[in-house]
Design a protein around this ligand. Structure first.
Ligand code: SAM
Length: 450
């Protein structure tokens, strides 16, 4: 019988959803933050529930052969990178294993799960950074929240962000210090600067800086612009966003352009996208291209097919598919995303797409009732997977192929079973590493009509 706060030795043999190590003590499952498969650890059992426990590492008795010193000295403090202390090849392997095992365990699905497609350089891959701003002993700090808290870790350089962020952070600190600009305090709700958000076009080198402020009046704007334009190469846009609400949501409703353009430009493959302060854009453009090329390969379009892109966001996949489809219909619940999708089609001179705003579980059955059907369907749902009404309508439409892009292997498994028992076969599954050093895994699966 295990006891809370007792000390145990444990061998870690798996990685959990949030990147924590998983092992067993006398057959009882225990999660250990910071543990990786292959570790032999001395732990203190800090949580004991009916079906599982959690422990804290006291000593690494024998470290896994894949254990390494994380490049970032803040990796253990900041909540961003949960598995940076693991060799990158081993990260890819463990992500692939998780997908395969989840499909087998939840869905009893036997299929080919290919090796995870990783990055050649798994650093500096993020094109968007959000830094909360605070103070320590009267000095401005910018960084990330400590794991599971709202305490800011001062971060001058983040290994997974675009390198230009270093210059932007320095510039903002200089502006705050030199002009005695107040910084927002979450407790008192006083102070001006709340967040710094940056966006970088990886292909174009264009940079957008957004300052989120608790109020409209921003002192020394001219000097802010001077500092940023002097320090930040590629700076194309400075935006002020006003958020005076007591909320954890970063952006408020109002944005004011302080300098340059309202939007920056970037490309995924040869497709051009406008990126505004608040619009959604994939944060790892290099891997997005790889993921979408895989989706396109699986869709195997000849130019004759009508394609549905369900949960289409700003239409990135739709536009990829449109090049070789007869027509693509995108469906998405967020109106602003559909506005962007339409604009994106226009700036790329793509004329064979149509976009609908609404819940997929409502719009897709409606389209079917109207006689609008797809030869190939692509879905890219949120973590909870597809609503049953969407899957049921896909089955009725009877497309040749379904391409399923998923950020959650568990709901992917559930939905694949639904389709497998109704006439489809999972032909192949390809995990893609969109977020190196985090526990996140993205997957694209091909289903074919039997
Ligand atoms: C994983 S993202 C897909 C992103 C998209 N493929 C892109 O490239 O921008 C899931 C999308 O589903 C949308 N969504 C969530 N629930 C929805 C629903 N019930 N019906 C339609 N869209 C929904 C979200 O707003 C989000 O844009």
């Amino acid at each position: 019988m295990l006891k809370k706060n007792d000390v145990y030795n444990i061998e870690i043999d798996d990685l959990g959803h949030s990147g924590e190590g998983v092992g067993r003590i006398d057959g009882f499952t225990v999660f250990v933050e910071g543990g990786i498969p292959g570790d032999y650890l001395k732990i203190k059992l800090t949580t004991l529930k009916k079906n599982y426990g959690a422990g804290k590492i006291i000593e690494i008795i024998q470290g896994s052969e894949n254990r390494m010193n994380p490049l970032c000295s803040l990796a253990n403090v900041c909540g961003g990178c949960q598995i940076m202390h693991m060799d990158y090849e081993a990260q890819l392997e463990v992500k692939g294993k998780r997908v395969k095992e989840t499909l087998e365990r939840i869905g009893k699905i036997q299929t080919t799960v290919k090796s995870t497609l990783g990055m050649e350089n798994p650093f500096e891959y993020r094109n968007k950074a959000q830094f909360p701003v605070g103070t320590i002993k009267g000095k401005a700090i910018l960084g990330f929240y400590k794991k599971g808290s709202h305490e800011i870790v001062d971060t001058s350089y983040c290994y997974i962000q675009a390198p230009i962020n270093k210059e932007v952070v320095e510039a903002i600190k200089e502006y705050i210090k030199d002009y005695h600009i107040s910084v927002y305090d979450e407790k008192t709700k006083q102070g001006l600067i709340r967040h710094l958000v940056t966006k970088v076009g990886f292909t174009t080198g264009e940079v957008m800086v957004v300052l989120v402020t608790n109020g409209r009046e921003l002192p020394h704007k001219k000097q802010l612009i001077e500092i940023l334009t002097k320090k930040v190469e590629g700076l194309k846009s400075i935006i002020q966003n006003i958020n005076d609400k007591n909320t954890n949501v970063i952006f408020g409703k109002e944005t004011i352009k302080l300098y340059g353009e309202e939007k920056i430009v970037d490309y995924i493959g040869d497709l051009k996208f406008y990126i505004s302060a608040q619009s959604f854009f994939q944060v790892n453009p290099v891997q997005t291209k790889i993921l979408y090329e895989k989706a396109l390969e699986y869709a195997k379009l000849s130019g004759e097919e009508n394609v549905f892109d369900i949960y289409c966001g700003i239409g990135t996949i739709s536009l990829f598919l449109a090049k070789t489809a007869k027509k693509v219909i995108g469906v998405e619940v967020v109106e602003a995303a559909i506005k962007d999708a339409k604009e994106n089609a226009e700036i790329n001179a793509i004329t064979n797409t149509e976009f609908y705003t609404g819940k997929a579980e409502v719009v897709i059955p409606q389209l079917y009732e109207e006689g609008i059907k797809a030869d190939v369907v692509v879905v890219d749902p949120p973590r909870k997977g597809c609503e049953e009404a969407v899957l049921a309508t896909i089955v009725k439409m009877n497309p040749k192929r379904v391409v399923y892009v998923s950020c959650n292997p568990a709901t992917l498994a559930r939905d694949l079973v639904y389709l497998e028992v109704r006439g489809y076969k999972t032909v192949e599954v390809q995990p893609v590493d969109m977020f190196p050093h985090t526990a996140h895994v993205e997957t694209v699966a091909l289903l074919s009509r039997v």
